[in-house]
Unconditional design. Structure first.
Length: 178
């Protein structure tokens, strides 16, 4: 069981910073590397490594879309609130959930318009345990590091954080100076 979990971890740590073209190259490279290794449970050849996960309970690889119920559009919801699940969004929610539950800081990066903020916001507002209270900080190209560090510090007099405070940031890949 260690091999598939290690492969999944490599994909969602090292490969997580890739853009779409980089993901294709990383997927091809990783599959070429794995082809030369005798694995007990290799990832499926017909899926991208980013499009599947290893189910450690059933001991099998599953594509992301098979891990969620079929999508049914709620016609009463405003258009701006509709979130149609994709393999990427399901994968992001899974990884965000796993890291949040073990109190790990998260930095979500990616190209503008890929749904990072929407996916993270939906996960934090609708699908987390009650022990967490989400707080959102909006950034723009003009937001400075000092503004964030001073205002959103656990020691700032106007900000109260519970113990176990951690941050999850979502940035467009190329829109912010780092």
């Amino acid at each position: 069981m260690i091999e598939p979990l290690f492969i999944f971890s490599i994909v969602w740590s090292v490969g997580a910073s890739c853009d779409n073209d980089g993901r294709l190259k990383f997927d091809t490279w990783m599959k070429d590397v794995l082809a030369g290794v005798p694995l007990k449970s290799p990832p499926p050849a017909d899926f991208s490594l980013f499009g599947c996960r290893y189910d450690h309970v059933n001991l099998q690889w599953d594509d992301w879309m098979s891990t969620i119920p079929s999508y049914v559009c709620d016609r009463k919801k405003p258009f701006a609130e509709l979130i149609v699940p994709t393999a990427d969004s399901v994968g992001y929610k899974y990884v965000v959930h796993a890291l949040v539950m073990i109190y790990k800081h998260i930095l979500c990066v990616g190209e503008t318009g890929t749904g990072k903020t929407l996916v993270v916001r939906d996960k934090l507002l609708n699908f987390l345990d009650n022990q967490f209270i989400p707080m959102f900080i909006n950034f723009s190209a003009r937001t400075g590091a000092n503004q964030t560090q001073v205002r959103y510090s656990p020691t700032h007099p106007l900000t109260h954080f519970a113990s176990g405070f951690f941050l999850l940031f979502s940035f467009p890949l190329f829109d912010h100076p780092l």
